[in-house]
Design a protein around this ligand. Structure first.
Ligand SMILES: NC(=O)c1ccc[n+]([C@@H]2O[C@H](COP(=O)([O-])OP(=O)(O)OC[C@H]3O[C@@H](n4cnc5c(N)ncnc54)[C@H](O)[C@@H]3O)[C@@H](O)[C@H]2O)c1
Length: 368
């Protein structure tokens, strides 16, 4: 998406409101993140939530009691056939993203799917193909590309202030933060651990800032040394299920791109570090950037200058969800550009998959 398209977003939303038509929106997966979506949707007048689907009756009851969603289903086929929504919002564990998205596309719905796009690149391709065949949109829930710090850097990059990007260091590190809900510790249902769960966030936003070059090779290493055994050490969320834990605690990856740039990624649920880190730093031929501090590093007036944003809009988590769902709603209603189309999800998935494949193979692997 171009800079000017970013700038026209609020105008497009105003226009959508004037169109007067509401998007009939249905959820598949009514767990934790769907409630964050629902709170954001409450601020987007052009969306009307019409149904929810979950395999857990207690989640469906919560949708009815707390969010007033009357039509609830345990099977998405029933929901799609009876409700015929415009949009399906897939908020299930990763292993269900592909079948739910494909079913929704085949039923003629636009799809927005939470991150990561799916379990692996082959599934992502199936989802893109199904959406294309149906002539419908598929969007990935990458909210960090709507973060004001990300947008600030992308504007600087587009304006040529950074030059060619050489190196990007991405970190999504928790000192001790194994999720104690959902199936985040189960590889067969999630595709992996911290790299696919939180590494994906920092990689996708950094990759967006780099202008989305094509990844060509990956190396990676993964280690499990704490999550799969009982521990008396405090965790951010108590009592995770160590008995079913089959994912990595720490993953380190290295990606090479077709333009010569490289990206290093570090991601952990458990790591012996001073504190949690969620950041990326970029080094280019003309400038650099620290995402967390929203600071651009350049040379000017015969010296080295640090340019820190004096003002940025809200970086609050909920605001990012409003931005990402609005961008998609506008795309559905008005045909404006999606900032995170399926192809962006597929490219990021190829990078994650390359890191995991390399960790298994013990050598660098090609990304096709
Ligand atoms: N964008 C973000 O910042 C963010 C944050 C958290 C989670 N997520 C993503 O959202 C997804 C869900 O995570 P969560 O934290 O909400 O997990 P969760 O376990 O709280 O919710 C998942 C829900 O999906 C339901 N489900 C499972 N199989 C189903 C099926 N076949 N049909 C219908 N429903 C089914 C479960 O019963 C559960 O209620 C994951 O892909 C995760 O990576 C994104």
């Amino acid at each position: 998406m171009t800079n000017s398209a970013v700038g026209t977003q609020s105008f497009a939303t105003e226009k959508a409101a004037k169109v007067g038509r509401k998007l009939r929106w249905a959820f598949v997966g009514c767990g934790g993140i769907s409630t964050t979506h629902l709170k954001a949707i409450a601020k987007i007048p052009e969306i009307e939530v019409v149904a929810g689907c979950d395999i857990k009756p207690e989640r469906l009851k919560l949708m009815q009691d707390e969010y007033g969603i009357k039509a609830v289903y345990e099977k998405w086929d029933d929901m799609l056939a009876e409700i015929k929504p415009d949009v399906v919002d897939v908020c299930t564990p990763n292993g269900v993203h592909m079948p739910a998205s494909v079913a929704a596309s085949e039923a003629g719905c636009h799809v927005i799917v939470e991150k990561p796009m799916a379990m692996n690149p082959a599934e992502c391709q199936q989802m893109i193909d199904a959406a294309k065949k149906a002539g419908k949109l598929i969007c990935i829930g990458f909210q960090f590309r709507y973060h004001p710090n990300t947008e600030m850097f992308r504007r600087a990059f587009d304006a040529g202030e950074i030059g060619d990007i050489l190196y990007v260091k991405c970190q999504a590190l928790r000192r001790r933060g194994v999720p104690n809900w959902g199936v985040f510790g189960q590889k067969e249902l999630q595709g992996g651990g911290p790299m696919i769960d939180i590494g994906v966030h920092i990689m996708e936003s950094a990759h967006y800032c780099m202008g989305e070059p094509r990844p060509v090779a990956a190396t990676g290493n993964c280690w499990t040394y704490l999550g799969d055994r009982p521990s008396e050490v405090l965790n951010a969320w108590p009592n995770w299920d160590w008995k079913t834990y089959t994912v990595e605690d720490l993953a380190i990856g290295h990606i090479r791109f077709d333009n010569g740039a490289i990206m290093q990624v570090e991601s952990s649920f458990c790591a012996h570090i001073e504190k949690d880190i969620f950041n990326f730093q970029i080094m280019g031929t003309k400038g650099g950037f620290n995402w967390e501090t929203a600071t651009i590093f350049t040379d000017r007036a015969g010296t080295m200058i640090n340019s820190k944003a004096a003002f940025l809009p809200s970086t609050e988590f909920g605001a990012l969800f409003v931005a990402k769902l609005k961008n998609f709603a506008d795309a559905c209603l008005l045909g404006t550009p999606m900032r995170a189309p399926g192809e962006a999800g597929l490219t990021v998935q190829k990078m994650i998959d390359g890191i995991y494949r390399s960790a298994e193979a013990g050598k660098e692997v090609v990304i096709a």
